[in-house]
Each structure stands twice: as structure tokens, then as C-alpha cells.
Write a new protein. Sequence first.
Length: 277
Amino acid sequence: MTNAAVDPSLYLPRPARIVETFPLTAQERYYKVALGTPLGHRPGQFVMLSLLGIGEAPISISCPPRDDDLLEMVIREAGSLTRAIARLGEGDWIGVRGPFGSGFDLDDFRGQDVIFVAGGLGLAPLRSLIEALLADRGAYGRITILSGSRTPAAELYRDRLAAWSEVEGVEVIRLVDRTEHQPWKGRVGLVTEPIPDLAIDPRRTVAALCGPPVMYKFTALALARKGLRPERIFVDLERRMRCGVGKCGHCQINHVYCCQDGPVFRLSELSGLREAL
Ligand SMILES: Cc1cc2nc3c(=O)[nH]c(=O)nc-3n(C[C@H](O)[C@H](O)[C@H](O)COP(=O)(O)OP(=O)(O)OC[C@H]3O[C@@H](n4cnc5c(N)ncnc54)[C@H](O)[C@@H]3O)c2cc1C
Ligand code: FES
């Protein structure tokens, strides 16, 4: 493809004003930014976030689709860009490109029981899908949310986990790897541990997973033991990205461009791809 055929707006960040930000944990902050016009995204998509002179990085969209111009994200301080963003406050401006990626298709979830498995920061993108399903509660079956964090202090979206657990037909199971002597009312153990005891009908259940790479293998194995087929398991993958729009090849896994073909994949789509998981 020649440059003339490339839509320049794909590369042009639009200015977004931070309207709300607060810490969720010692490492992660919540951000709500105003874009001027609606983002028009699907659950599971991401944006490229930038600061002039510092850099750009992919960040998951954490809110369900919405009609206003607001975008919500959770950002962990990892390097130069995210550290600089952490120093910004309400009224400051950042650049946003997107939305990008395939995201989740709500039709794959309609009429199904749904199991969410979130590890750490993985709860941020999964929230976009969880709240999209809850907004049309009658269209979906039982919803089970397994949320695993390293410690009680590292747990994201505590208030939302509590609110979701109040919704009829929704079960929330919160786990930590260790309590570190902090008060904790949930379970202690790996996020995969409750799966063998879940009542799952594999013919009408789908699962959505997002978390650290090691979590996928063990979660997929545990779900397979319950009879869930790989095409019913959706994984939200993280790969290093630069352009976000299928041009630079940074996110490539064999013939697959994670930024465009993903970041959400059916597990069955990844079976032939070396190093996908
Ligand atoms: C689709 C997608 C969605 C993401 N969503 C979020 C989100 O919602 N919130 C959030 O805080 N972060 C998210 N990330 C991760 C975020 O993009 C990186 O942490 C980013 O590099 C931060 O930029 P930086 O300049 O601050 O840090 P950098 O200087 O780029 O990197 C800091 C450290 O992280 C390592 N690193 C960078 N990118 C990755 C990666 N993809 N996988 C493993 N290690 C990496 C670097 O090697 C370095 O050690 C997402 C990444 C992808 C691909
Ligand atoms: S990030 Fe450039 S091709 Fe995917």
C-alpha cells in the first residue's frame, strides 16, 4: 500500500482533556478524559495515548460504549510516558488516537453464561465488556467474575466489584495471591483456583480472559477440563505496539497483527501461532 492510500487521521492524535483522575492503587490511576466527540468504540478496543515530546503507548479502553465524549482508562506507571501522565492533573491535555483493534463482539456473548477471568490490570479492559453486558442484563445468562490481584492493596475497581456482585445472576469471586496482613474478605489463592468448582454448562458458556501471560495457559487448561472448547474462550492479548494500525509490524505474531486482528482473539485462532501465549 502506498502512503497516498493511508488515511492520515489514523496517525493524528486528537487532544483530550483530563476531567477526572485519582489513584486506584499505589501503581495505577484512573483517568476520565473528554474528547469533544464520542469515541464510538467496542468493548475490548484500545487507544494510542501520547504526550508531545515524550511518546505514545497503547492503553485499553476501560468504559463500556457510551454516547457522550468521555473515555475512561486505568494507567499503570511503567516507563517514561506513563510516569509523565501520572504527573498530570484535571484540566491537563493528552493526545488520543483510535479506537483501534477488533475488540469483543457482543453477539458472541448474547444468550450465553459468561465467565470473566481478570488478573491484575486485566480487569481494566474487561470492565468495558462486563458493563456492556450489565447494561442489557436480560440478553445474557449467568455472569461469573473471577478477579485476582497480588495483594488486597493492589486490587483495582473495588467499588465496581462490589456493585457488580449486587446484580441478580452475577457472582463475583475476589482473590489475592497473599494478604500481606492487610484486611481481606475475599479468597486467598490463584485466580484459576475456583474454576473446578464452578457449575458450567459448556454448551452455553463463553469465557473472556485478560491478565498476565502466565494466567492464560492455566485458565485455558482449567476451562478445558470443564469441557469449554477453545472457540468459546476469548483472550485479550498484550503485545508491544507502535503504530496501532497494522503498518509497523511491531505487534506481529506470525501472519497475525495483534493491533488489528486483536487484541481480542478466540483461543482457537491462536492454536497454530508460536509464542502467542
Ligand atoms: C493492547 C494493549 C493495551 C494496554 N492497555 C494498558 C492499560 O490499560 N493500562 C496500562 O497501564 N498499560 C496498558 N498497556 C501497556 C502499556 O502500553 C505499556 O506499559 C507502555 O509501554 C507504557 O509506556 P511507557 O512509555 O510508560 O513505558 P515504556 O518505557 O514503553 O516501558 C516500560 C517497561 O514496560 C515494558 N513493556 C512495554 N510494553 C510492554 C508490553 N506490551 N508487554 C510487556 N512489557 C512491556 C518495557 O520493556 C519496559 O520495561 C497495554 C498494552 C497493549 C499492547
Ligand atoms: S502496532 Fe504497528 S503493526 Fe501492529
